[in-house]
Design a protein around this ligand. Sequence first.
Ligand code: GLY
Length: 383
Amino acid sequence: METGYDAIVVGGGAIGCAIAWRLALTSRRVVIFERGEVGREATYAAGGMLAPLSEADEDDDFLHLCRASLALYPRFASELATASGIDIEYRREGTLYLSLNSDDDEELDHRFAWQRSAGIDVARLTPEQTLALEPSLNPALRFALSFPDDHQVNNRRLIEALRLASVAAGVTIKAGSPVSRLLIEPIAGVPTITGVITNRGTTRSPLVIIAAGCWSSLLFETSGISPSPWRIGPVRGQMVSIRTPADRLRRVIYSRRGYLVPRLDGTIIAGSTTEHAGYDCLITPRGMATIIGNAGEMMPSFGDYPLAGTWAGLRPHTADSLPIIGPDPRIRGLLHATAHYRNGILLTPLTAELIVSLVDRGRTSLDLAPFSPGRFAVPQAAG
Ligand code: GLY
């Protein structure tokens, strides 16, 4: 049995590593248990868009959460660079959202109107203005919305930076170590977390944070916390990348059917599918055809460049599509930081800050009620 840790983080993706890093900076002894390799699941598969406005159709709590996290990115990127020596390629060129048919017109006109009236910096560009910015785009585009406040980051550099920063801050990372059970004991009559069981045995800690993406709620079943108040399911996203000369594209490009993310070395990543296909990370001909078709609609030359890669990842999704951040309503010492669905990379800095604030002060400056684990009704046990 291992003891002496102030906190156990279950899951070594961007969220788990960021939490561990930040907690270690408060002089806590932290261990991460990762079932596979650090950052090789949803974090690795992502596109790295930090783009809350491009897809927002209302001014709601989730948009506020996303914008608050985006606002942390400049400092987060610079602190990570200092701690790890890695530039995570945080870029502020903005994003362009293309209208390519009359249905697109309607949705984008609505988005433009409400964001404009809410005082958000959004512009409606003519095809000429759009093509002047990005000459590789489809000349048949009808108009584009420009979101200068939406940014991007290189998610694979991000996770490497987080891993190195965590280790430098003293975090112990145990990869290839799936947590099979949470240890819960009654202490003074209250169910309380006391550690976890992995393939390495028992590790004790009074604080456990679950950041295990689409594997998070499976832990309830193996730990006797049943029935589970929520289920986090996997939603597969397939991706394709091509190699182009550098600067063929500078901004992230969206349509209602897909997106293109340019990296500084000329790689362009195209996504994605949204598939309920279980815990199966297959890449399928249908998925590839869909992504490549949608990419070609935005950038007609997309299909002419050499393929650089194909991959798939599993987004962690729960019933209301919102993240689950905060203390477990039933078990003392257990915190959740999971179900970030399409916005895990964007929400990484804020989620880490919120968890550290909960651990340090038992509260956060931001109202977490819409994202709290307590929003789910606890189902009655059968029988
Ligand atoms: N964040 C983009 C996606 O989930 O496809």
